[in-house]
Write a protein of this length. Structure first.
Lengths: 111, 114
């Protein structure tokens, strides 16, 4: 069935370095993708989104890249800070208009 | 603070029991979504309401039901609880209930079934 998956369940990054979190999706009909951040004890929080007619979108310290050829999505966080520690979920809006969340990648910041 | 309020924050109950989870959406949002989050299943969509009407259904068990009231708050009812129902239950809201909108999540209700 359709699914959104994450390559790495845990990512450890040195403070100050850039983080790259990856996501693969399987539904080529999906046309909208979102990254959410979930801190401990909180609900997921919207970070950035991208539509399928774009291949890159930038926010404040975050960039989302979309490669439709290989059905791959990535979230880049520049100059990673301790406050970036969280679980990051990608989500796709599938052909049936349902939001499908990936299982999440935990980002761990090393001092 | 997302503006979405969920109560209670924690709930401990026994198998076979019934519980009600409550959600107040962000001011101005007409749509409410319920999600279940467990370690092995991730975030699973349960059900969506828009302005009091059911709009979409996901992997919601027949033992579970929900409703959205005229004041737009929503309740998720879980009955005949089983150990496997232990999870974090999130409510989210959005303005129009469209799929291309960002969702605003509450802090969740942690349900423990013993």
């Amino acid at each position: 069935g359709e699914s959104v998956g994450l390559h790495l369940p845990t990512l450890s990054v040195q403070e100050g370095d850039n983080s790259i979190i990856n996501c693969a999706y399987s539904n080529s009909a999906s046309d909208y993708f979102i990254w959410y951040k979930q801190e401990s004890g909180k609900g997921p929080q919207f970070i950035i989104d991208i539509r399928s007619n774009m291949d890159k979108r930038q926010g404040q310290r975050v960039t989302v890249l979309l490669n439709k050829t290989v059905k791959h999505l990535s979230l880049q966080i520049a100059a990673t800070q301790p406050g970036d520690s969280a679980v990051y979920f990608c989500a796709e809006i599938g052909g049936d208009d349902k939001i499908i969340f990936g299982k999440g990648t935990r980002l761990h910041i090393l001092p | 603070d997302s503006g979405v309020t969920q109560t209670p924050k924690h709930l401990i109950t026994a198998t076979g029991q019934r519980v009600t989870l409550r959600c107040s959406p962000r001011s101005g949002d007409l749509s409410v979504y319920w999600y279940q989050q467990s370690l092995d299943q991730g975030l699973q969509f349960l059900i969506q309401y828009y302005n009091g009407e059911e709009r979409a259904k996901g992997n919601i068990l027949e033992r579970f039901s929900a409703q959205q009231f005229p004041d737009l708050h929503s309740e998720l009812n879980l009955s005949s609880l089983e150990l496997g129902d232990s999870a974090l239950y999130f409510c989210a809201s959005s303005e129009r209930g469209e799929m291309d909108e960002k969702l605003f999540f509450g802090s969740g209700t942690q349900l423990s079934v013993l």
